[in-house]
Design a protein. Structure first.
Length: 45
């Protein structure tokens, strides 16, 4: 696994989790935005 730099939140993250298969990453930040990302390349869905 390699680190990802995720651009999509205006404020710090408060929650990060993967789905069961590990191919999706879910994030939420202090900006109250939810985001879904491909965990392999960091592309936002």
């Amino acid at each position: 696994m390699r680190p990802l730099f995720l651009m999509g939140h205006a404020r710090p993250l408060t929650w990060v989790t993967f789905n069961r298969d590990g191919d999706l990453l879910f994030t939420c930040g202090k900006d109250a935005r939810l985001a879904v990302w491909f965990s392999e390349n960091g592309e936002r869905i």
